[in-house]
Design a protein around this ligand. Structure first.
Ligand code: AMP
Length: 118
């Protein structure tokens, strides 16, 4: 069973922010911003590339509610999902990073220099 399935099953503790029958949100253990929450489907889906439109239809309002609950809906926030090796996905259970609480940076996205590809 994967790490986030164990968190869903409460075999591994997490700091829960929001939960319903289908989704769970908890604080990232290694935060990269003042607010850094992970939102996951309870059912195991490997990554965004495999997710169904039905799950995304529920995930969207769930993420919006997390932003409201944590008070970052007005100030702004970022939603990221890493996919596969080049995407930097470490945990192979679909998760959305919700980052906010401060002005976020927008740089150093790849090892390659994008100007080399223009
Ligand atoms: P990614 O690189 O997109 O797969 O992100 C995985 C994220 O999971 C990282 O930001 C980790 O800090 C986070 N993480 C790993 N283990 C735990 C855990 N037990 N509880 C909360 N967050 C975790």
């Amino acid at each position: 069973m994967c790490l986030f399935c164990k968190i869903v099953n409460k075999e591994i503790p997490s700091n829960v922010v929001l939960e319903n029958d289908h989704f769970l949100a908890f604080h990232d253990i290694n935060p990269k911003a003042p607010v850094h929450i992970l939102a996951i489907p309870k059912v195991h889906v490997e990554s965004f590339h495999e997710v169904s439109p039905e799950i995304m239809a529920g995930m969207t309002p769930f993420i919006q509610e997390i932003a409201r609950e944590t008070g970052i809906d007005k100030s702004g926030y970022r939603v990221i999902t890493n996919i596969g090796e080049d995407g930097g996905q470490e945990v192979k259970h679909l998760h959305f990073h919700i980052l906010g609480g401060a002005k976020l940076k927008w740089e150093h996205f790849s090892d390659a220099d994008p100007k080399d590809f223009i």
